[in-house]
Ligand binder design. Structure first.
Ligand code: TXA
Ligand code: MG
Length: 355
């Protein structure tokens, strides 16, 4: 298949291009597009055959459900059987934006989109290109992150091209995404809302809106073989670079310490001496502390959103550089840090060295 690549600067002046993309979705094809979180791989969410093509293109297990993206509040109602109070409050507070809500599904939504579940995940994104595309398509757009299953999510069109060229109909290049990490997912089907995946809408922000929030165990650590996380995607090794990634974490509460830097330097030196290529994931504040290895700064500790923005791109860059081992500093788990550490420790297969 020939994958068409189009550039769209501003949604407002690109209606002709976006109408062509929407036409592909209406006709059952696949279009990758930018959202404010990561690039998505879109298909008609109401068309089981189209949704099936997403699984094929990504190499994604078919029990892992897709998020249905909508362009206005009014488009939520037909997809769900009820809108609970907590869901309404959260949607009002954070939509359009990086929040996905899980509802009981209506009959309109096929099981091929929900991985056989009776629930459906819905998101109203804030990115103007995403919203215009969905509006022009006239259907809810099922869209997982536009990466090959298991690789870090794409934050640039180039990442999508690397994974999806020849496998999908079109890629809309709308530049680098804003947030760089996938949306927060909250299940609102029960009495107390449950956080299934942390993101830029933080636990603290959710609590301020609806009070009590439960945490799915998959948010905090590895999922045991007999455990079933509520977001099926959380059980797969994910976001993972090809190198063996180790996170070095300072004493509880202390985050970064001199011991962390010394340990990373020791581990890196051992591997380099043995002839391996070593990547070190550090920060602007610490990048002068490592004499050896291929250094990449994820951003500023003083502005953790910069780290969220760059993390996946750096993991992909380490793949391109063919490093064998990556040693990473760890980050505070507060606020957006919860999402950063969730992705980073998952990428490491939970290989964490506590100092
Ligand atoms: O930011 C995002 O959410 C991006 C952009 C494109 O919107 N999308 C995204 O989709 O990250 P994906 O498929 O890579 O991740 C969706 C996650 C998976 O872990 C999946 O298991 C979970 O959402 N999920 C989807 N439907 C669900 C449902 N009905 N119940 C529980 N979890 C669900
Ligand atoms: Mg994904």
């Amino acid at each position: 298949m020939d994958t068409k690549l189009i550039y769209v600067g501003e949604a407002e002046s690109a209606d002709r291009e976006l109408a062509a993309a929407a036409q592909i979705i209406k006709a059952g094809g696949l279009v990758a597009f930018p959202t404010e979180t990561v690039y998505g791989l879109g298909a008609n969410a109401l068309d089981e055959t189209a949704a099936g093509k997403i699984y094929e293109a990504k190499g994604r297990p078919s029990d892992n459900p897709l998020i249905a993206h909508i362009a206005s509040f009014a488009e939520l109602k037909p997809l769900v059987s009820v809108i609970p109070e907590s869901g309404r409050k959260l949607a009002e507070a954070f939509w359009p934006g990086p929040l996905t809500l899980v509802f009981s599904k209506s009959e309109l939504v096929p099981y091929g989109t929900t991985g056989g579940l009776d629930t459906v995940a819905v998101r109203l994104p804030g990115h103007p290109i995403a919203r215009r595309l969905i509006t022009l398509a006239g259907v809810p757009v099922a869209a997982p992150s536009a990466n090959t299953s298991g690789r870090p999510s794409p934050t640039k069109a180039e990442h999508v091209r690397q994974d999806m060229n020849g496998r999908i109909d079109m890629i809309i290049d709308g530049g680098s995404v804003g947030i760089g990490m996938e949306s927060t997912i909250v299940d609102v089907t029960g009495r107390v809302p449950v956080l299934l995946r942390p993101g830029a809408v933080t636990l603290e922000m959710l609590e301020q809106t609806v009070g009590e929030i439960e945490l799915d165990p998959a948010v905090l650590g590895p999922v045991a073989k007999d455990q079933k996380p509520k977001a099926p995607g959380m059980k797969y090794r994910h976001y993972a670079p090809q190198a063996a990634l180790t996170v070095v974490e300072g004493k509880a509460g202390l985050g970064l310490t001199d011991d962390v830097i010394a340990t990373i330097n020791r581990l890196a030196a051992d591997r380099i001496r043995a002839g391996y290529r070593v990547g070190i994931l550090c920060t602007d504040e610490t990048k002068t502390c490592y004499p050896q290895g291929i250094l990449r700064s994820a951003g500023r500790r003083s502005a953790p959103e910069t780290i969220a923005h760059n993390l996946f791109a750096i993991l992909r860059e380490f793949d391109d550089l063919r490093v064998d081992y990556i040693y990473s500093e760890s980050f505070s788990r507060e606020q957006i840090g919860q999402a950063i550490m969730n992705r980073l420790t998952k990428a490491a297969g939970y290989h964490i060295i506590q100092i």
